[in-house]
Design a protein around this ligand. Structure first.
Ligand SMILES: C[S@@+](CC[C@H](N)C(=O)[O-])C[C@H]1O[C@@H](n2cnc3c(N)ncnc32)[C@H](O)[C@@H]1O
Length: 483
């Protein structure tokens, strides 16, 4: 949760999903202890019974009189140890017990690796120190790789389940990025601390990176791990978030509702789609109101967590200008200039930094707010059949706000064709998703608990994306037939 959001969540209206993926998810929920099911009564966590007293001694102040560490289906969790009322300050963790890249030697801190990798290097260092680490009780409490489900841990076979989603490609890219950062780190350690580098392997580094990504908060030092606060699990509907007071130097959580003793306390990590939750946190939500689909291209890999919330790509629709189109060059030029980053050779660039994000269109009669204007503009350009039409579009853009193709085409048939083009792409994607969902249908019990959990996550991811695609398709059907 690299960026704590202070924005309250909206309560989604639950709606039934009738897709194969949804049904499959429901089947699985019944048959396994799903990662997405809340548990109210706490399971005592013997391993962590001394954790809070230890941290309070280290901090020199009381951190919480309201919470205790326990276990739920989400892993370690915080539970109300007495009645909590909305507005209570339930924990305050001072900055002096945060772990940050400041704990690295300057030579490592200045390496050309990202903030996640830097903090992962601190975790690795503390892990290697074992009982001698001043953070030993905290390091011991962190989940082991086999308990984590971020997609970087998925096998090729498991990843095949989500190959329709851009999470698939993002996972591959992420692993490649981690390998690069690992080799930079290893190279530096080889020179300065050969005895440390000898014991470092990529699997440990990947585990440390996944820990950081799923539990560090953005801070003035880059990212920081905040022990105890990071036992709080996520609820997409919660309004409580982790607040940081840079002046008073502590992080705090204020309860957003009353809790009875024994209830699990949940906060919101931010407005994350299932794509982000799965890629970075290793879980999904059954009805995630923040699910969205991006069309063509991906966000800049360096996006901050906040930007990524809006721009993360889940699905890519590739609409290319056919090479045999007599207006190929002109269309490419217009799209490149106004709508997308395009590589001439391959049509729409695979790595275009622009992305069209489709959100659920709430009503078929709505204004198509879920379908981005830039995508509709691109479709309008693509459907033109004469240079004159393209010139007219460009002239209209110059006379208005400079943005191309934002108004319906004057030629009614052409306007319909443009939207039919989009509809055909989206329909093709829906077919691909449905085919994937069918393949995912279990033939019996999942081979293992892990297999069942990952299957249900794949189903939830695809079901959310499919829901958005279907709502976009319904809107397009209505636009092209009801006029
Ligand atoms: C900040 S940690 C929370 C503490 C964690 N449960 C532990 O065992 O240390 C975030 C991780 O908790 C789990 N988690 C949090 N919220 C969840 C939810 N709503 N459903 C399933 N897993 C969740 C995920 O494994 C996630 O990567």
């Amino acid at each position: 949760m690299l960026c704590p959001s202070q924005v309250a969540k909206l309560r989604p209206v639950p709606r039934p999903l009738l897709s194969a993926a949804r049904r499959l998810y429901d089947d699985l929920r019944c048959s396994i202890s799903s990662s997405s099911l809340a548990q109210v009564s706490p399971c005592v966590d013997e391993d962590c019974s001394d954790f809070l007293p230890w941290l309070e001694r280290k901090a020199g102040v009381e951190i919480s009189s309201f919470l205790s560490v326990g276990k739920s289906v989400y892993g370690r969790s915080l539970f109300a140890s007495k009645a909590i009322r909305a507005g209570d300050s339930i924990l305050k963790v001072p900055f002096n017990v945060e772990i940050s890249p400041d704990d690295l030697l300057p030579e490592i801190r200045s390496l050309n690796i990202g903030n996640v990798a830097k903090l992962a290097a601190v975790v690795l260092k503390e892990q290697k120190m074992g009982q001698d680490s001043e953070w030993a009780p905290y390091i011991r409490s962190l989940p082991q790789p086999e308990e984590m489900h971020s997609t970087v841990f998925w096998s090729n076979e498991e990843l095949e389940m989500i190959k329709e989603s851009l999470v698939y490609q993002r996972t591959i890219d992420k692993k490649v990025g981690m390998e690069r950062e690992f080799s930079v780190l290893r190279h530096a350690l080889d020179h300065q601390f050969p005895e440390v580098s000898k014991y470092m392997n990529f699997e440990d580094f990947m585990h440390a990176c996944a820990l950081v990504e799923s539990r560090a908060w953005e801070s003035s030092k880059g990212y920081s791990l905040i022990p105890f606060a990071d036992f709080l699990n996520h609820d997409g509907l919660a309004k409580a978030v982790l607040l940081r007071d840079e002046q008073k130097q502590f992080s705090e959580v204020i309860a957003d509702r009353n809790y009875a003793p024994g209830e699990q306390v949940l906060i919101s990590y931010g407005k994350f789609s299932n794509a982000i939750l799965l890629l970075d946190f290793g879980f999904t939500l059954p009805h995630n109101i923040h699910d969205e689909i991006s069309v063509t291209g991906e966000p800049d890999k360096q996006t901050t967590r906040k930007k990524a919330m809006g721009a993360y790509s889940n699905v890519r629709i590739q609409i290319s200008v056919p090479l045999q189109d007599p207006l190929y060059k002109m269309k490419l030029y217009l799209l490149q200039r106004h709508c997308l980053q395009i590589t001439c050779k391959f049509g729409f660039s695979k790595w275009s930094s622009d992305s069209f994000t489709i959100k659920e269109v709430r009503s078929v009669k709505g204004k198509g707010t879920g379908i981005p204007q830039s995508l509709r503009a691109a479709a309008r350009v693509l459907s033109c059949t004469s240079l004159e039409e393209l010139n007219d579009m460009e002239e209209e853009a110059t006379q208005n706000d400079g943005r191309l193709g934002r108004r319906p085409l004057k030629n009614f048939n052409r306007e319909i064709q443009a939207h039919q083009l989009l509809l055909s792409h989206i329909t093709r994607l829906i077919d691909q998703y449905n085919a994937s969902a069918k393949l995912m249908k279990p033939t019996g019990c999942p081979a293992s608990k892990r297999d069942g959990i990952r299957r249900s996550m794949a189903c939830e991811l695809l079901a959310g994306e499919l829901r958005n695609l279907k709502s976009a398709a319904s809107w397009l059907v209505s636009y092209t037939t009801d006029r």
